[in-house]
Every structure is written in structure tokens, then in C-alpha cells.
Design a protein around this ligand. Sequence first.
Ligand code: AMP
Ligand code: ZN
Length: 117
Amino acid sequence: MTTNDCLFCRIRDGQIPSPKLFEDDVCFAIADIAPQAPTHLLILPKQHIASLDALKGDEEVQIVGHLLAVAARLARAHGFADNGYRAVINCNTHGGQTVFHLHVHLLGGRQMGWPPG
Ligand code: AMP
Ligand code: ZN
């Protein structure tokens, strides 16, 4: 896949409009188009990495840590960190991944259930 075929690369490049709610050198955050909680954000690396299963090398591993740290900061900024929230990475088919550009879902503002579906 070229990055031009990738939905989230196209959003990164502004070819598909979706406001960036947060951005730094490594990643950006957008609102999920089909929210599953009062707040449902996606935190994505700027670099195209297909999935958690496709991570290569220490630099990409560190990007995942950065995505989770940004999720925690956004949860705090949105005011639901103390009540709690869920940060999820779906991986491959059984994990429910539908867009093959690595992303962390940040879901907050309601009680979550366990186990997930
Ligand atoms: P996953 O199933 O974990 O790969 O998550 C992909 C997510 O992307 C889903 O929660 C979708 O609702 C979301 N999504 C799909 N298209 C868009 C879009 N254009 N803008 C924002 N979120 C999207
Ligand atoms: Zn991509």
C-alpha cells in the first residue's frame, strides 16, 4: 500500500478533511467519525505504520509509547482522566482493525464494559 491509498495518511496530508485536535512532531489526533463514547479520539503516528503487528525497530516501538502518553495527556485535558477511560489498539482481523494505519482509540465519558466485544 502506498500512503496515498491509506485513509489516515490522506487525513494527515489534508486530502480528506478532519480537524487535527492535537498535533506534534510524531503524531496527531482526530475525532472518530463513528464515536463509541462521549469522547472518542484517534491518536495516529504521522509515519505510516500498518499495525501493532508491523512495528519495526526501537524507533517505531517508541512511537507507540508516545501515542499512549499523548492519549493520557488528552484524557487529562478532556477532564475524564480521574474517572477513567480506555485506550485501545485493535490489531489485524480478530482484533477488529479496519484501517491499517496504526492508531490508538481514546474512549472516555462513560463507564466501559469488560470483556470488550
Ligand atoms: P479500527 O477498526 O481499530 O481500525 O478503527 C478505525 C476507526 O476509524 C473506526 O473507529 C472508524 O469509525 C474510524 N474512521 C473511519 N473513517 C474515518 C474518518 N474519515 N475520520 C475519522 N475516523 C474514521
Ligand atoms: Zn497511512
